[in-house]
Design a binder for this molecule. Sequence first.
Ligand code: UDP
Ligand code: MG
Length: 323
Amino acid sequence: MKSRHSLSVVIPVLNEAEGMAALLPQVEQQLRRCRVEWEIVIVDDGGNDNLAEVVADFERHADGPCNVQLLQLSRNFGKEAALTAGLAAARGDAVVCMDGDGQHPPTLLPAMVAQWRAGYDTVIAKQGSRAHEPLLLAWAKRRFYAFLQGHERFRIPAHAGDFRLLDRKVVRALLQLPERSRFMKGLYAWLGFRTAMIDFDAAPRTAGSSKFRFRQLAELATLGITAFSLRPLRMVSAAGALVSFAAVAYGLYIAVETLVFGNAVSGWATLASGMMLLSGVQLLCLGVIAEYLGRVYEEAKQRPLYVLDETVDHSQLGQRERS
Ligand code: UDP
Ligand code: MG
C-alpha cells in the first residue's frame, strides 16, 4: 500500500533571504490547505545573507507547529547540487522542489498534491510562457530543448523546470543515480514514472536578480548536452567526413587543372585559407571531444556532490517511524 500522507518542500537558495521572507508564509498557508503532514527543507547554497534569521523569524511567527530543516552547504555548489542535498534530507512521502525567488507560485501546491493523490508519481508544473525573460534568452532555451529532443526512449519536456512534485519512489531512484554531472531535468526524464503536467505562468522575481548569469547558463547547457546527448560527437564525425569529401573533390579539380591547362603554380591563397579553416575546424572538434573527456574526468574523481556545513533540523516529520 502506497503511503501518501506527508510532503516535503525543498527550496534551494542562494542569497534569497528577502524573497524567502515573503515566500515562506505563503508556502505554509498553502501547505495547511493541502491536509498533509509537511516540512520545509531550505538549502542555503553558500549564501552570505541573513537567511538563518529569516527562517527563525518565520518559525516564530508561523500559525502553528512548523517543521523546518535548514541545511547549510559549505560553499556555493550550484542549484543542482543544492537540490540533491535537499532531496537527500527530505523525509516526506513526496517532495516538491521549488525556487526561493517567488517565481514558482505556492498556490499551485494543492493542485500538485491532488494529482499526486490521484496516482501520479511526478507532477510537473510547466512554464506556460517565458514572458518575463529576455527574448534572446527565451529563444536560446527553446533551441536547447529542441537540440536535446534526439532521444528515442525518453523526452526531456521543454519548459518543464525544477518546479515539480516527486513521489518517494522517484526520489529514491533519483538519489541512487551515481553520476556527478547532475542535469536534473534530464535525470527526471530518464527516470520515467507516471507524470502529470500542470501549466503555470512564472511570476517575476519578488526580489533580487537571477543567479544564473550567461556563463552559468552556458555551463548548465553544456552539462545538459554532454550528459544526455552524443549528437555533438556525431556532428564532429560528420564534419570530418564533409571536409574529407571537399578535400578529395578539390584535389581532383587541381589535378585536372594542372593536366589540362598546365597551370601548376597558383593557389597559395587557397592553401593558406584552407589551412586556417582546417586547423580551426580541428580545434573546434578537439574542444567538443575534450568536453566529453572532462565529463568523464569529473565522474572518475568520485567527489561528493556537496559538503554540508551545518544543519538545523526542527522537523518532526517521520521521526516517529525512525525512533
Ligand atoms: N540557486 C542556488 N544556487 C545557485 C544558483 C541559484 O541555490 O548557485 C537558487 C536560487 O536562489 C533560486 C533558484 O536556485 O532559489 C533559481 O535561481 P534563479 O531564480 O536565479 O534562476 P532563474 O529563475 O533565473 O532561472
Ligand atoms: Mg528565478
